[in-house]
Design a protein around this ligand. Structure first.
Ligand code: FAD
Length: 384
């Protein structure tokens, strides 16, 4: 193999995992190759257009996957330099200390992790500083211990959200500022990258003010001459040595052309599903169930966010522009009348009609639920 195809480290995927790893090891002087199946997310006005983003799915991967019944569906996944962080909501919370132990849920026991919160704590702190997280440790009553404060103050509540915060406190709840990775300087708005707009959560950031993995990690890593990024480089298979213990080749397809690379260390950071898929599709005689899969659990037990959005229709106007600033963990572990964890509650970003429509499935010829919803909103508007 030509030596220009051999590196010290190959990192597959440039999202939160791969991008952050690249940023951390870039100064080491090692020759590092980043392989990313996507390209750069285009910067264009459509970045902030709800219809393009949520109805036309302009930035989602066009692929379809199959569920266990063989039914096809479109995964809400994004293949870009920066991975899914290009559209994420940038709410950057730590797990609780207890999350690493065995937890009894309504549906069964979630077993303990092989590592503890204390093992990860120093890395949480580093990541919070790197991703410029704004927040305040010590207010969330069940917040885990932090060895250092966030470097940036919490994002302020707009008046309606402050009102909500104060009402919740009066009721005995303990809301806290949602930690956010955005490049906002509220005391120097003229110099702030973030303009505190209503197109953040779920949208790409047109002004690059979201701490996504491209802006925060990959771009700075690429300033080192020893770091190389290949975009549109889909990794299809990892080959192993006869002993089965080393990866000898990383097989890549770029613009339909097969290529191969090798490295002393290969990091697989293609996201939860695609990392598992790559390990499984690299099965060979030594590893008939796929790589790193002696447990036979690779690709199983995957859990996406189990979340719900709750919408309140109120006659009390909510002119808030950037509302994703408040969170509550009062029901995280249990409540007086429920013994199992109920989880975390946070504000979502500002939702407009297109966003709400995108979450509603069309029904029969009586029109879509989206149309019904529009009528409901119009009626509500008339009656207020
Ligand atoms: C709309 C949305 C909102 C979200 N909001 C939040 C939030 O507020 N807070 C939060 O903490 N998390 C949020 N998330 C989740 C968060 O974005 C992910 O948890 C995180 O990006 C996962 O990082 P990752 O590196 O594992 O994978 P990804 O970020 O998905 O990166 C994987 C990368 O690998 C590449 N890749 C995949 N397969 C291959 C292959 N075979 N060859 C080469 N490259 C490959 C992909 O193109 C991608 O760039 C959100 C996600 C979405 C979609």
């Amino acid at each position: 193999m030509a030596s220009d195809h051999h590196y010290d480290v190959i990192i597959i995927g440039t999202g939160a995992g791969g991008g952050t790893l690249a940023h951390h090891i870039a100064p080491s002087g090692k020759r590092i190759l980043l392989l990313e199946r996507g390209g750069y997310l285009p910067r264009e006005k459509d970045n902030w257009d709800s219809r393009s983003v949520f109805i036309d799915n302009r930035y989602k991967a066009a692929c379809t996957w199959e569920d266990k019944e063989g039914k096809t569906f479109h995964p809400g996944i994004h293949y870009y330099v920066g991975g899914n962080t290009k559209v994420y909501g940038a709410a950057l919370l730590r797990f609780r200390k207890e999350d690493f132990g065995a937890i009894r849920h309504h549906g069964g026991v979630s077993p303990a992790w092989p590592i503890t919160y204390d093992d990860l704590e120093p890395y949480y702190t580093k990541a919070e500083h790197l991703y410029q997280v704004h927040g305040e440790h010590g207010i969330d009553p069940i917040g885990p211990p932090a060895s250092a404060q966030y470097r940036y103050p919490p994002v302020s509540h707009e008046p309606r959200i402050q009102e909500l915060h104060d009402d919740l406190k009066r009721m005995g709840h303990r809301p806290f500022p949602l930690p956010l990775g955005i490049r906002l300087h509220e005391d120097r708005r003229e110099a702030s990258l973030c303009i505190r707009c209503n197109t953040c959560d779920g949208y790409p950031c047109l002004v690059n003010a979201k701490s996504d993995a491209q802006i925060t990690c990959v771009d700075p890593a690429l300033t080192y001459p020893t770091v190389t990024l290949l975009t549109h480089a889909y990794v299809s298979r990892l080959e192993v040595s006869p002993s089965g213990r080393e990866i000898t080749k990383v097989r890549v397809t770029r613009h339909g052309v097969p290529e191969e690379y090798s490295a002393g260390i290969v990091g697989v950071s293609c996201g939860a599903i695609n990392s598992a898929a790559l390990l499984l599709q690299s099965a060979n005689d030594k590893h008939p169930n796929g790589l790193a899969n002696s447990s036979d659990t690779v690709g199983r037990f995957y859990m996406c966010h189990n979340n719900s959005a709750l919408l309140a229709l109120s006659r009390h106007p909510n002119p808030t522009v950037f509302q994703k600033t408040l969170a509550i963990n009062d029901f995280y572990f249990c409540t007086d009348d429920w013994d199992y964890p109920l989880g975390h509650i946070q504000m979502l970003g500002k939702s407009d009609l297109e966003q709400l429509r995108s979450g509603v499935r069309p029904r029969n010829n009586a029109g879509s639920d989206g149309q019904a919803f529009s009528r409901l909103l119009a009626d509500l508007g008339r009656s207020t």
